[in-house]
Design a protein around this ligand. Structure first.
Ligand code: F6R
Length: 607
């Protein structure tokens, strides 16, 4: 997983490349590098570490004006993170330079062949075969040489290429990894996503798999891998450059949690009319939904937890069975799908490799795909039959926060819509829909308890283990709470259905192993209460998350956070900012950077 960027145009400086790279650092940050053309010379600087380290290496060169440049921020796949393996990579003549996101699966065979032809390799990366292949094919036409080279590559990639003989040209190519181009009058740019482009333009082109692009200061040309000319189809993105900044918050993660109320409004806008859910995108599939007995859902990580909430909701309100699979498992199973099957793919990035492969498997069975995603133009959107966009804006923090909330809201809408189609569950749904519309306000309230949550984080931060438990709708929340805590604070945390404790996990509990109990006063509270008592009797500290009216918890827990009273279906939503803030403050109190957790990257575009 990596971030790539390329800029060509007037009045550009090295520092513009660096600034663009900083916008992409969430995609990978174990090393970074730039290659820029100045006075017909290729200059390359790269180093292990974050972009900040690269900046220090560049020193005064940051102010140099350049014609063209490419840059890279890396999340290592082939070869450890070090200066040599950092991108950009270059050919034997040091005239061609390449940045790459993805994996070249046949790089070993290509490397051997190129070595036989006399090419010298310096790194352990799969990427380095690309500049050498281009060197082999180069005959004065860079676009054509890149085209011939990509025909030899197997795997997934987005690349950007420069050549000293073409000082104002960048060539990009995409297969399986995202690549977006943007153009203003003075600058043409290419990047792994739109965020670095927003400084220059809101007019962008999402390249399709199997396309190459040639950008020069004054022109832009797209061709297919077969050499035929393709139409440029720019779209306008509404994200402002400021959207991608921290707006005064210490971290993007905190900012993004505080953006959740407005995200909910964005998801709900135009979706509810007179208690009816409006999802026009679904219309062609309504008959299929009405007839379905089972709906399959595929997702990974946090998106999987959102899918579990959808399962509880739809199964409790309709006769439909919802079968949720982690994408990395589903893609290797016998799918048991038919042409009348509906598969819902949940992925905030729309680029998660396992989810995409699950979708492809489902499509081979003839199933119809409904995508729930945040990223316009992402691969998932192009491969699905219907797309429900979250419109949550860019999420820079690696840990999913506002995108999870947006997913939940969209999945509530989807479940209510299916409920209305299948059994017209209006009386119950109208009450829920009414509450759903008031959720942004309730979220604002919950966020006011952030000081209290910081205090709790300070109190609990030294524990080495955490058990999150919940029942029914509380179970996915327990899983998500544990995931959030472990991924950014590196504290071991595990989520369990509370009823499972006795079947093994309770053996671990004791004074050093606190329990985070998701315990609203819902239909399963009496069961949950017994589970909390079991934990207490093992001397485990109890931190409980409940609703205001549930004073019974006061006798059971060491510490309590309250949220507004609600219908039980909506607690997964209402409790989310609390579990997110708790994880955030623990990480921050431990002096960790919650935006860039170790070993993780924002979109997992490789298996
Ligand atoms: C956790 C997190 C990951 C993602 C997972 C799926 O905070 O962000 O677990 O949820 O990698 O990503 P998407 O939703 O982009 O498919």
């Amino acid at each position: 997983m990596c971030g790539i960027v390329g800029l060509t145009g007037e009045q550009l400086k090295v520092t513009d490349l660096i600034e663009a790279l900083e916008r992409l650092e969430y995609r990978g940050y174990d090393s970074a590098g730039v290659a820029y053309l100045k006075d017909s010379k290729l200059n390359i600087t790269k180093s292990r570490g974050k972009v900040e380290v690269l900046k220090n290496h560049l020193g005064e060169n940051l102010d140099q004006t350049i014609q063209t440049g490419i840059a890279h921020t890396r999340w290592a796949t082939h070869g450890e993170p070090n200066d040599v393996n950092a991108h950009p990579h270059f050919d034997c003549s040091c005239k061609i330079s390449v940045v790459h996101n993805g994996i070249i699966e046949n790089y070993r065979a290509l490397k051997i062949r190129l070595q036989e032809l006399g090419h010298k390799f310096l790194s352990q990366t799969d990427t380095e075969v690309i500049p050498h292949l281009i060197e082999e094919y180069y005959n004065g036409d860079l676009l054509e040489a890149v085209r011939k080279a990509v025909l030899k590559l197997e795997g997934s990639y987005a690349i950007a290429v420069v050549h000293v003989d073409h000082p104002d040209i960048i060539v990009g190519a995409r297969k399986g990894s995202p690549l977006v181009a943007g153009m203003s009058d003075s600058v043409k740019a290419i990047a792994s996503d739109v965020t670095p482009l927003l400084k220059f333009t809101k007019e962008v082109i999402f390249l399709q798999d199997g396309e190459l692009i040639e950008l020069s200061a004054n022109a832009l040309k797209i061709v297919g891998f077969d050499g035929t000319t393709h139409k440029c189809q720019p779209v306008t993105v509404n994200w402002s450059y400021e959207d991608a900044q921290k707006s005064g918050f210490k971290h993007f993660m905190l900012k993004e949690i505080f953006e959740e109320p407005s995200c909910i409004v964005s998801v709900l806008t135009g979706r509810i009319k007179n208690d009816r859910i409006v999802l026009e995108e679904l219309e062609p599939f309504e008959k299929m939904l009405i007839d379905s007995k089972t709906i399959k859902v595929v997702a990974c990580g946090t998106s999987y937890h959102a899918a579990l909430v959808f399962k509880y909701l739809l199964e409790n309100t309709t006769p439909i069975t919802v079968d949720v699979d982690v994408s990395s498992e589903f893609r290797y199973k016998r799918p048991h799908l038919k042409p009348d099957s509906i598969v819902v793919a949940v992925s905030q990035s729309g680029e998660t490799a396992d989810t995409l492969e699950s979708v492809r498997l489902a499509k081979r069975c003839g199933a119809k795909i409904v995508a729930v995603t945040n990223v316009v133009g992402s691969t998932l959107t192009r491969e699905s039959d219907c797309v429900l966009y979250l419109n949550a804006g860019p999420e820079i923090g690696v840990a999913a926060t506002k995108s999870y909330v947006a997913q939940l809201v969209m999945l509530y809408l989807l479940a209510f819509k299916i409920g209305q189609l299948v059994n017209d569950f209006v009386p119950q749904s109208s009450q829920l829909i009414d509450k759903l519309m008031r959720i942004p306000e309730i979220f604002e309230n919950s966020l006011k308890s952030s000081d209290k949550i910081r205090e709790l984080a300070t109190k609990y931060k030294e524990y080495k283990h955490f058990m999150y438990i919940g029942r029914g709708y509380g179970y996915p929340t327990a899983l998500e709470g544990a995931l959030k805590l472990k991924e950014i604070s590196y504290i071991h945390a595990t989520g369990y259905p509370a009823g499972e404790l006795k079947h093994g996990p309770i053996a671990m509990l004791g004074p050093e192993f606190p329990v985070f109990a998701i315990a609203p006063n819902d239909s399963l509270f009496s069961k949950m209460k017994s589970n909390i008592i079991e934990c207490r009797s093992r001397n485990a500290k109890i931190l409980a998350l409940t609703n205001h009216d549930n004073q019974e918890v006061t006798e059971l827990a060491d510490d309590i956070v309250f949220v507004n009273n609600s219908e039980e279906e909506l607690y997964p939503l209402l409790m989310t900012p609390i579990i997110q803030l708790f994880a955030y403050f623990v990480a921050d109190e431990l002096g960790l950077d919650p935006d860039k957790p170790r070993n993780l990257a924002k979109s997992v575009t490789v298996e």
